[in-house]
Design a protein. Sequence first.
Length: 187
Amino acid sequence: MPSIRRLRPEDWPLLKAVRLEMLADTPMAYVESLQAARRQTDTQWLERASAMSAEDSVTLVADEGPGSRIRALMRVVVKHPQDPGRPLQGMLISVYVAPEFRGLGLADQMLAHACQAAVADLGAWSLELGVHQDNQRAMTFYKRHGFQLTGESKPYPLDPSKQELFMEKQLAPADAGAAAVDAAGTD
């Protein structure tokens, strides 16, 4: 089984390869098209890998060692709330597991690490994600891990005739998040 680590800026060639793979494999799971990704320059891929390694983001990859193909990818970014009094919310994006590793527990491990990093590294108290309305496999997976449909949706960017449905998982008690926000404001 591949080991899980954080993406580094110097991993940009591996990021490029896995991103092109994921867009070809499951295009309805991402808001970027394969054609748009193919037009990116190497400099843009380096910038992307650097941004995905930034302070307000945790990008996890699973591979079999330095320089080896990325077998899974999962990113958590801070979703800045409109109300600064609300606890921070994370957004799960760019989720992918290579077909040969599906059903083997790697996605479960990646999600556990992502939830832990969302709380410990980003201070998020909940985690949200958007799922294409036709992606039942993803909805079933996330429901099994405690995510619930929020009732919110928006037109899917690459096909506005379809909806992106939002799911959320509470990572820590809401009152704990509010207490942390209150404590931070009383310095």
